[in-house]
Design a protein around this ligand. Structure first.
Ligand code: NAP
Ligand code: MG
Length: 398
């Protein structure tokens, strides 16, 4: 029995690329067995978003999914697609069901040089996606107000702490929370992914200043590492390294890269943008959602490239970069091959990645890369011709 790969189709320009990738790069070469879910906005609307929930449960069942970028509806989209309601972000829904952590990794090719010259290996960012400032409660206070933290214990007793007495003038206050279960899941996902990738794991927080809050992150990571992962890390010859967040930032800048960097929610939000722009382009960034139980969902980090899609609809030529979407497929196929012990599939994934990189390194690329490359002789290809160029390269490797 062959386990199917869960396929989540999506929207706009990436949906167009999705089909081209299947037609040109996958189906001619492998016997592709997928369980197909159409997460295109039209079909999400027809199913009251049930298809998103079903696709996430299928991922839990089968273990590996590949996802195309999807529209997160806003007011304009509700109008454009005549939606019954403003559905939640599919990625948010899937992440909620898988309880996972997102790992984002830049794809490095010669000719697209990172801004930081000593970065030779990709830096993977893992962002904790629960709590902190994203689920905060905040208020503006006037002069004379007083802000206090009131904790009502399970037994009904209370504990009150003064935050600040605004007697002398107006100000602001903010409260944040997190839960140990979520931090624990985050830690396990990070340790598992580090083992999966055979890469060091770095984690930084501000435990010296935040002796209860950030220190709890440090303690939970440490406890889980000592109990469950220390020996496995030694066997895999990788390291878990904790330090203050500022020290981590300083060391990352001077490193040659190659590590997985676990970040608290806000740090991950900010640092992932820094890493993707420093490595070149959002279109060269892959993303994988890993659940603490070891379920994987692969996708590109960018969105549906709406502007290009509208040009495409008008019949204009587009030059949209399909690399991150190709790598979402190769990531998923490789993982499926590893889990099911199909070495040919793992090899195919490796070759498709190599073909994609070599195509660019030979100077054939989409417009976004042509604008930033250090290569002098390049050919700018349209969306379809780039994929065809990768196919030609792949044929020479197989
Ligand atoms: P986007 O699709 O990431 O595109 C923003 C801009 O970045 C594009 O207009 C383009 O710049 C450039 N770009 C991104 N990917 C590219 C690629 N593969 N090749 C070439 N250029 C690329 O973000 P958006 O336009 O803000 O969002 C569009 C839709 O995507 C929204 O409905 C949003 O909800 C959705 N979205 C989905 C996901 C997801 O499913 N994971 C993530 C983010 C956003 P130029 O226009 O300058 O060429
Ligand atoms: Mg951000």
């Amino acid at each position: 029995m062959i386990t199917p790969l869960v396929e989540m189709d999506g929207d706009e320009m990436t949906r167009v690329l999705w089909q081209m990738i299947k037609d040109e790069l996958l189906e001619p070469f492998i016997d592709l067995k997928t369980e197909y879910y159409d997460l295109g906005l039209k079909h999400r609307n027809e199913t009251d978003d049930q298809v998103t929930i079903d696709s996430a449960h299928a991922t839990l069942k089968h273990g590996v999914a590949v996802k195309c970028a999807t529209i997160t509806p806003n007011a304009a989209r509700v109008e454009e697609y005549g939606l019954k309601k403003m559905y939640k972000s599919p990625n948010g829904t899937i992440r909620g069901i898988l309880n996972g952590t997102v790992f984002r990794t830049p794809i490095i090719v010669k000719g697209i040089t990172p801004c930081v010259k000593n970065w030779k290996e990709p830096i993977t960012i893992a962002r904790h996606a629960y709590g902190d400032v994203y689920q905060n409660v905040e208020a503006k206070l006037s002069a004379g107000d007083k802000a206090e933290l009131l904790i009502t214990k399970a037994d009904g007793t209370t504990e009150k702490k003064l935050i600040h007495d605004f007697g002398k003038g107006a100000g602001i206050v903010q409260s944040q929370h997190n839960v140990n279960d979520s931090i624990t899941s985050f830690a396990r996902s990070c340790f598992n992914y580090a083992l999966d990738q055979k890469k060091d794991l770095w984690f930084g927080a501000k435990d010296t200043i935040s002796k209860q809050y950030d220190h709890t992150f440090k303690d939970i990571f440490n406890e889980i590492f000592e109990k469950e992962y220390k020996e496995k890390f030694e066997l895999a010859q990788i390291e878990y390294f904790y330090s203050l967040i500022d020290d981590i930032v300083a060391r990352i800048m001077k490193s040659k890269g190659g590590m997985i960097w676990a970040c608290k929610n806000y740090d991950g939000d900010v640092m992932s943008d820094m890493i993707s722009s420093a490595f070149g382009s959002l279109a060269m960034m892959t993303s994988v959602l890993v659940s603490p139980s070891g379920v994987y969902e692969y996708e590109a980090a960018h969105g549906t490239v709406q502007r290009h899609y509208y040009n495409h609809l008008k019949g204009e030529e587009t030059s949209t970069n399909s690399v991150a979407t190709i790598f979402a497929w190769t990531g998923a196929l490789r993982k499926r091959g590893q889990l099911d012990d199909i070495p040919q599939l793992v090899k195919f994934a490796d070759k498709l990645e190599l073909a994609t990189k070599q195509t660019i390194e030979e100077g054939k690329m989409t417009k976004d890369l042509a604008l930033i490359t250090s290569m002098t002789e390049t050919v700018t290809l349209n969306s379809h011709d780039f994929i065809v160029a990768v196919r030609k390269k792949l044929e020479t490797l197989i």
